[in-house]
Design a protein. Structure first.
Length: 184
């Protein structure tokens, strides 16, 4: 419905902010405090005939929030607590690695809740910053490499050289992944 909004934050707390959107003040709930001119990715919920708008720094964080809240027993407060205390990438990594310790280190997330998150979301969250990364990882996993390894290697390649095409990224990744296989 509303993908994102851009405007100036005129008031901010730890749980919500007011975004001035051409003279209209929108109250947006968020897991972090924001200031200044921003672009915020949003999710609109209807609760008891009230419209509630939630805002996130990136589209990926919003998508992760939706996945988290889809898990039985994980509400908005739990999802906010996770996003407030861990980066989206760290949450996904903990779920994929079955790292109960990292997830349960977040206030409000106990061992059983962490286990439920892992059980329901492991392997179901694709968290890619861009299409090129996603395509390269898909190609490498189709060649038999572990998704986790492929994501790490491709991210490192893209950090060093941003102007590569898909073919070049896959070639470099194959060299790196082959080194890692030889070391194990």
């Amino acid at each position: 419905m509303i993908d994102y909004l851009s405007g100036k934050v005129i008031y901010s707390t730890e749980s919500f902010f007011i975004l001035d959107l051409n003279g209209v003040g929108l109250k947006i709930f968020s897991p972090y405090k924001v200031e200044g001119n921003i672009k915020v990715y949003t999710k609109l919920y209807i609760k008891d005939e009230e419209l509630i708008l939630y805002g996130f720094k990136t589209r990926e964080e919003r998508d992760l929030f939706e996945k988290l809240t889809s898990v039985s027993g994980i509400g908005i407060k739990h999802a906010f607590s996770l996003l407030k205390n861990l980066s989206a990438e760290k949450i996904v990594q903990a779920i994929e690695d079955k790292d109960i310790t990292v997830l349960s280190s977040v206030p409000g997330i106990g061992k059983k809740t962490a286990q439920r998150l892992i059980f329901e979301l492991q392997g179901k969250i694709d968290f890619y910053e861009n299409e090129l990364l996603e395509d390269a990882v898909n190609a490498l996993t189709n060649l038999g490499f572990r998704k986790k390894d492929a994501v790490n290697v491709v991210r490192n390649i893209l950090k060093k050289e941003e102007s590569l095409d898909l073919k070049s990224i896959i070639k470099k990744a194959l060299v790196e992944l082959s080194k890692n296989v030889g070391e194990k």
